[in-house]
Ligand binder design. Sequence first.
Ligand SMILES: Nc1ncnc2c1ncn2[C@@H]1O[C@H](COP(=O)(O)OP(=O)(O)OP(=O)(O)O)[C@@H](O)[C@H]1O
Length: 207
Amino acid sequence: MHSPLSPQAELAGVHVDVQRTAVLRGLDLVVAAGEVLGLIGANGSGKTTLLKVLATLVTPVEGTVRVRGPVVLLGHSPALYPQLTLRENLRFVAGLAGRDDAVADAALATVGLAAAADRRADRCSHGMRRRADLARVFVTEPSLLLLDEVHTGLDVASAGLVDHVLDVVRHRDGASVVVSHDRDQVTRSTDRVVELVAGRVGPAVIV
Ligand SMILES: Nc1ncnc2c1ncn2[C@@H]1O[C@H](COP(=O)(O)OP(=O)(O)OP(=O)(O)O)[C@@H](O)[C@H]1O
């Protein structure tokens, strides 16, 4: 077990260029274990790019990235195979994580989708697909959870499920980073909010 004070993720002097344009410019960020960090910023400020750096999907041209443990990134659109059922999708995720089918089925039940488990993903509503995507967290048990605008289009109950998932990660001493354009939402769901400005993390935001 690591010390509660040790960071879950640490970025130092990170520079990222996207199509020859500097998006992140010497960005420093520490995400503490057990923390839920909110990330806001104008369109195009680099929030999604920052999440991809934390998920090691984008490699900076300069700077260091340290992330401990498994990472799950839930993007703008739920990552499901449209022609597979929700159960098949989650069992596939479980297989990749070396876990058995029962874990996938239990995760679907946890997010309130037991009755819809055998419905194809492309026949489900956006909210149902988002819930199924969130179920991945119960299968893969990430130490770092990255949520990119996942509140969009969710009703109150589904938004509550997002908060529940954040609590589950926090109680395991994992960390989460939540990107949102909704300042009220992100303030309610997180311990601290920072803003991306000119490719760097600005001062903490008090809303
Ligand atoms: N596939 C791409 N092709 C070209 N430019 C891109 C691409 N992806 C990102 N960019 C550029 O990188 C910058 C950062 O994009 P990013 O998606 O990280 O911002 P964001 O803060 O998440 O934006 P939004 O709030 O609109 O989702 C943008 O200015 C955009 O021009």
